[in-house]
Design a protein around this ligand. Structure first.
Ligand SMILES: Nc1ncnc2c1ncn2[C@@H]1O[C@H](COP(=O)(O)OP(=O)(O)O)[C@@H](O)[C@H]1O
Ligand SMILES: O=C(O)C1=C[C@@H](OP(=O)(O)O)[C@@H](O)[C@H](O)C1
Ligand SMILES: [Mg+2]
Length: 176
């Protein structure tokens, strides 16, 4: 099986980092890490609980710490939280330690997924639904895009599968 080093999946909430990351790791036969899940285990709280108790600044500090201190094997798929690339020098850190893959999706498509995925109660969305949610995503995505666009690879999230992504990674390896 091909090995691609550490693959960091980045992108807006709802683009599928957690879902695709698991499938990609299983296809590549390597370990999977979801930094949000590691953070939740570390503090013994869900992310919404942590936000409520300690606020966003403390969350961003902790997610930075989880990114830089989690022991990762040479080959792994790492799904990040949607905001992580936009704080500290996290984007440069990931680009220096592996390959970053930005899963791009337009706001309306993200909103459909996030509207249907209320159980995770993402605090950054502040309970927004429908057209309010689309407008909020469009604004936030504009703020975050310059960070996401520093990724080594940018892929379309709408129709991506783990199988297709492996093909893209193989083609990218040959051409570099
Ligand atoms: N390829 C896909 N097609 C349809 N729905 C998807 C797809 N990938 C993820 N989802 C759904 O979208 C929501 C957000 O997915 P998730 O993997 O948690 O995204 P992220 O980790 O980027 O926030 C979940 O409800 C998930 O089931
Ligand atoms: O975009 C954000 O600010 C956040 C995204 C979430 O992860 P997902 O992108 O996996 O939903 C999680 O880290 C937290 O709720 C904050
Ligand atoms: Mg996730």
């Amino acid at each position: 099986m091909d090995s691609f080093g550490k693959l960091f999946l980045i992108g807006f909430m709802g683009c599928g980092k957690t879902t695709l990351g698991k499938k990609l790791a299983s296809r590549l036969g390597c370990d999977f890490f979801d930094l949000d899940h590691i953070l939740e285990k570390k503090v013994g709280m869900t992310i919404p609980q942590f936000f409520l108790a300690n606020g966003e600044d403390a969350f961003r500090q902790l997610e930075r710490e989880v990114l830089t201190t989690t022991e990762l094997p040479d080959n792994a798929v790492i799904s990040t939280g949607g905001g992580l690339p936009c704080y500290f020098d996290n984007m440069n850190w990931m680009n220096s330690n592996g390959t970053t893959i930005y899963i791009f999706m337009p706001p309306a498509a993200l909103a459909v997924r996030l509207d249907n995925d209320q159980i995770h109660g993402r605090p950054a969305l502040q309970g927004k639904r429908g057209t309010d949610l689309i407008a909020f995503i469009a604004d936030k995505l504009k703020e975050r895009e310059s960070f996401y666009n520093k990724a080594n690879l940018i892929i379309r999230g709408i129709d991506i599968t783990a199988e297709k992504l492996v093909g893209i990674l193989q083609a990218n390896k040959k051409s570099s």
